[in-house]
Design a protein around this ligand. Structure first.
Ligand code: GRF
Length: 219
């Protein structure tokens, strides 16, 4: 790993298991980044404890205390800039960000979503995938734009969906994949290997295998 680590800020709203996966990747030397701040909009988010345990500054910015979205976002920007953040990672952050925020970090915000976008944007999507009867779901890491879960896709992982699944069972299966791909994508970004061309994202040196395909149920 050459050069200085990429300074990232991680925005969370809850459990923070993806945050933990990123911290672990950094600790193992697999992710060339440094988390300079974790911000939660929810005061009780368990992820704040994870940050503190790992000696990472953890800040609460409770959106309810700001009269407008813009003022809430201005506070986020202020903290992120103060912490010298070059790249913003949304890891279970449950607020939609507007162009006000995105202009402060152009093409420098990524999110993880627990479905195969553009299918099932929004919330409660693992249950929606089960109810819909899709045979596969998964997770998507994407750049954040002004739409909801609509920005250019960097990476996706696919998992099967079984008839016996509940939303919870599927969510756990997807989450295990989230923890694998999110740290990896952040490392690609830190290494300067990711570039956006229109809606398409190019990852320099990414491995491909044209013979991969899955069928569910298996034949
Ligand atoms: C994950 O399923 C993520 O895809 C979604 O919110 C959940 C956050 O989980 N955006 P955690 O807080 O990282 O454990």
């Amino acid at each position: 790993m050459a050069g200085k680590p990429l300074k990232i800020g991680v925005l969370i709203s809850g459990r923070g298991s993806n945050l933990q996966a990123i911290i672990d990747g950094i600790t193992r030397g697999e992710v060339a980044a440094e988390i300079t701040v974790v911000i939660s909009n929810e005061p009780g988010a368990y992820g704040l404890k994870r940050a503190e345990t790992n000696g990472i500054p953890a800040v609460v910015v409770n959106h309810r205390q700001y009269p407008t979205r813009q003022e809430f976002e201005t506070k986020l920007i202020e903290i992120l800039k103060e912490k010298d953040v070059a790249f913003v990672v949304l890891a279970g952050f449950m607020r939609v960000l507007t162009s006000h925020f995105l202009k402060a970090f152009p093409q420098r915000v990524v999110n993880i979503h627990p479905a195969l976008l553009p299918s099932f944007p929004g919330v409660g999507v693992q249950e929606k995938a089960v109810e819909y009867g899709v045979r596969f779901s998964g997770c998507t890491v994407h750049f954040v734009n002004e739409g909801v879960d609509a920005g250019p896709i960097i990476a996706q992982a696919v998992v099967p969906v079984f008839p016996t699944d509940t939303g919870e069972i599927l969510a756990d299966r997807i989450l295990a994949m989230e923890h694998q791909i999110f740290p990896r994508v952040i490392n690609w970004i830190a290494e300067g290997r990711v570039r956006v061309e229109g809606r398409r994202v190019i990852v320099e040196g990414a491995e491909t295998d044209e013979n991969r395909a899955w069928i569910e149920p298996a034949i």
